[in-house]
Design a protein around this ligand. Sequence first.
Ligand code: BG6
Ligand code: MG
Length: 215
Amino acid sequence: MNIRACLFDLDGVLVDTARFHYLAWKQLAGRLGFDFAETDNERLKGISRMDSLEILLSIGNVQLTTGEKKQYAEEKNQIYLQYVSQMTPGDILPGVNFFLKELKANNIFVGLGSASKNARLILQKTHLEAMFDVVIDGNLISKAKPDPEVFSLGARLLEVDARETVVFEDAVAGVQAAHNAGMKCIGIGSPEMLAEADLVFPGFENLKLADIRFV
Ligand code: BG6
Ligand code: MG
């Protein structure tokens, strides 16, 4: 495969914000009177803010009006933003900078494909923004992963064919979105969780472009 573009999910792939999302949801669950376990958090990865709230409420068996849902989603976001406000380039996961630079040195486009409406802010806080040729975030898309929209739009703006594009994802819904877009997908995380991915690596540490070979 001739790789011309790599599209990266943000939360849990480039930075460990998946943890911040979890802590914020857990705090909100506490306020609503129930516990939110880390194992249940897997179901929220890659899912939009409102859809995540719906899943959380179903776990806690809590019913809210539309107005209350909006209010709680906003509250969760404020808690989350407190964590984000502390972020620095030191929060970039190990090996990420090295890998992105290797892609650039090989003239491979680098793009972001995230469901998060806070993606730009996080790229700014971590000084990663300049590395990206295109940024697709939750403000630009209307269909959540596993819909391919976020990645298809990224490839379209880069004018690269899906068959020449590789996606990096930590969420099952994200792996499905990549495949639905006709792209190869590299899972970042555990092989058990991301069994659908074409290749799985625990992270970017020691990862080189030459390691990316699809059979
Ligand atoms: C995804 C995360 O990247 O963004 C989800 O995996 C999150 O956990 C979603 O809910 C939306 O993020 P935000 O920042 O717009 O609330
Ligand atoms: Mg993610």
